[in-house]
Structures are given as structure tokens and as C-alpha cells.
Design a protein around this ligand. Structure first.
Ligand code: PLP
Length: 348
């Protein structure tokens, strides 16, 4: 407990709208959740162009970039990445240049996040599909090239996943603790979409540091679920080492829910899209096909019959991703809007 009072977060730049609100859907989702209560933390409202989870991590990276006197931000991700879009807009907010390395294959439509990156004037470098560690090597090479021509680049790791990014969500756990204490609420579990890992790792570490008293589950939506236990453990331990955090995280606190990636990372089934549409119509929540749609669906399903079925109340962290929805617009079928005919004028 002593450590909890003593821990001071390193410098950060205020970029996100914090605290984000806790939202309780007014129309029941009991048929999905088996009657249990779902609350949603609206991290999709951390900003407009910078909305979502990545901005909480970037508040710490931005401070380090400014301290180092950087003039250019560089980062990497998938071509549909929310992280690269957020970083692009943050770089501009800081008055810096930006380069993005984007991985993927095939033709790429300029839509969703990529469109916004282009509007922000990012220098974009496409590369074939590669994993995060390969992307981080490409980033180091690009940083060398930029230094060689006299620039001062600052590298944000792919996905924003390193100890500084983990701190963004450890601080979010502290925010949740304050919110639930003030509201006199008890939550039995927290769930969040699990990608590069620092959001989940930060919440798990922060839950221990600030005494949240409930488990955090990362709902896995990418590839290779078996890697995620070790990945989260590494991120947690690197963060504890770097920032001298004494709080330990027992193994049974590192929890991953698998089985909801469906057709694969960035692929959506008809059922996934029908779910997103149904949730928008019932609650006004806009989920994205790659992360939050699958993670929210997985959460509700596990509440109905799974590892969360003994939980009375679960808090889902909505990590944003709205712009990703635009890439899927041709897959949705809507009725044609009708013309509203003008009223006949009363004759005088
Ligand atoms: C909308 C959204 N939710 C969740 C995640 C997963 O966060 P993390 O990469 O920290 O695991 C991402 C990351 O790419 C994301 O874009």
C-alpha cells in the first residue's frame, strides 16, 4: 500500500479528454449478457481525431519526445491502424513532422484511418505484412536515415507498446478506481480488446497498484493467442523495472479471453457486422470491426455463459476505433432512405 501513495507518474502532455465517463446502456443488453450488468468506459471519447486508447499512451511518449528536442515523430502499424492515425494527429498537435510505416498487402483504399493520415500530411511508407518486432526494426532504420539528413526523430514503438504506453493504462486504472469509489459501485471484472498488449498490461498492473480489487481480462482479437500471457508478463515486468514499481502482479491476474477473433485479425463475419449494427441501434455505441466489436461481443458472450458468468457487473473499456468502421461500409446493407415529399401548400 505504501508504494501506491508514493508512485508518481513521469511527465506527460495533456492530450486526452480525461476522465472518460462510465456509461450504462439504457436499453437492456440482458439477452446478450444473461441478465448481468454491463458498464462501458467511454475511452472512444478521449478525443475526436485522436479518439481511443492510443492517446493515453501518447501523452507519455509526447512528453519524452519534447524533452529530447525531437522535430519528427515516427511510428508503425497495420494499414488500418488506429495507433498510427492517433500518432499522426498528435505529431501535428506538437508541431512536428511525421513518418508512418504501414504494413499490409494488396491494394489499399484511401479510407478510414489512412485517409485521415493523408489529410494530416503524413509521409507514408508501405511495407509488406510483418510482425511488431520486425516493424520496430524498420522504425530504427528509418530513424537512422532521418538522423543522417539532420532530423531529430522520436520513435513511438509499433502499437505504442512499451513501458511508457503501459503507464497510460495504469493511470486509467487509477481513474477507474476513483470513479467507482466516488459512485459507490462494485465491479467484478474489467474487459478490453487485446492487440499489442500495453492497454491490457497497463490495466492489470494499475489494478494491482491502485487496489481496484477485480480481475482484468484482455479479449484477444489478433493472432497467436498462446503468445499473449508471456507478452503481457514481459510488458508488466519491463514497466515495473523501468519505473521502480514495487507492486507485484501474481500470475493468476494475467487473464486472456480467446475465441472471438472470428475470421482472423481485421476480418469480419456477417455476424460480427450484424452485432455492431444491433449495438449501435440499441445503445448509440459505435464499435469497430477489428477490435471493440469482437471484444464487446466476446465480453457479453462470456457473461452469458463463460468465465464472466459469476460477475454481477462488468466494465468494458471501449477503446475507440470508429474510423475503422468506414473501411467496411460496403459490407452493410441498409434500406434505401425515402424522399420526404413537401407538404401540399394550403390554397389561399
Ligand atoms: C480500437 C482499438 N482497441 C484496442 C486495441 C488494442 O490495444 P493494445 O494494442 O494496447 O493491446 C487497439 C490497438 O491497436 C485499437 O486500435
Amino acid at each position: 500500500m505504501e508504494m501506491i501513495k508514493l508512485f508518481t507518474f513521469p511527465d506527460s502532455v495533456s492530450l486526452a479528454n480525461r476522465p472518460t465517463r462510465l456509461y450504462r446502456p439504457r436499453r437492456s443488453l440482458a439477452d446478450y449478457s444473461g441478465g448481468r450488468e454491463i458498464l462501458v468506459k467511454r475511452d472512444d471519447e478521449t478525443g475526436c481525431g485522436t479518439s481511443g486508447n492510443k492517446i493515453r499512451k501518447l501523452e507519455f511518449y509526447a512528453a519524452e519526445a519534447l524533452q529530447q528536442g525531437a522535430d519528427t515523430i515516427i511510428t508503425a502499424g497495420h494499414r488500418i491502424s488506429n495507433h498510427t492515425r492517433t500518432t499522426a494527429l498528435v505529431a501535428r498537435e506538437l508541431g512536428m513532422d511525421l513518418h508512418l510505416i504501414l504494413a499490409g498487402e494488396g491494394e489499399c483504399r484511401v479510407d478510414g484511418n489512412l485517409f485521415l493520415e493523408m489529410v494530416a500530411g503524413a509521409e507514408i511508407h508501405f511495407v509488406p505484412p510483418q510482425d511488431r518486432s520486425e516493424l520496430n526494426i524498420r522504425l530504427a532504420e528509418l530513424a537512422d536515415d532521418l538522423r543522417a539528413i539532420g532530423r531529430r526523430p522520436y520513435v513511438v514503438p509499433a502499437g505504442g507498446s512499451s513501458p511508457l504506453g503501459v503507464l497510460g493504462y495504469a493511470r486509467c486504472a487509477q481513474e477507474i478506481k476513483q470513479q467507482v469509489d466516488e459512485a459507490g459501485l462494485r465491479i467484478d471484472a474489467i474487459t478490453v480488446a487485446l492487440g499489442s498488449g500495453s492497454t491490457t498490461a497497463g490495466l492489470i498492473l494499475g489494478a494491482e497498484m491502485f487496489g481496484l480489487g477485480c480481475p482484468v481480462y484482455g479479449v484477444h482479437v489478433t493472432s497467436k493467442p498462446e503468445l499473449y500471457g508471456p507478452l503481457l508478463r514481459n510488458l508488466i515486468e519491463e514497466t515495473r523495472d523501468r519505473f521502480h514499481i514495487a507492486t507485484e502482479v501474481p500470475d493468476d491476474r494475467i487473464r486472456v479471453i480467446t475465441g472471438y477473433v472470428g475470421n482472423g485479425y481485421g476480418q469480419s463475419s456477417t455476424e460480427d457486422l450484424a452485432f455492431i449494427q444491433d449495438i449501435a441501434r440499441r445503445t448509440g455505441l459505435l464499435l469497430d470491426p477489428t477490435y471493440t466489436g469482437k471484444a464487446f461481443r466476446g465480453t457479453l458472450h462470456e457473461m452469458r455463459k463463460g468465465v464472466l458468468q459469476n460477475c454481477e457487473r462488468v466494465l468494458f473499456i471501449h477503446t475507440g476505433g470508429l474510423f475503422g468502421l468506414y473501411n467496411w461500409r460496403s459490407q452493410f446493407q441498409f434500406a434505401e432512405p425515402s424522399e420526404l415529399a413537401p407538404r401540399a401548400q394550403a390554397s389561399v
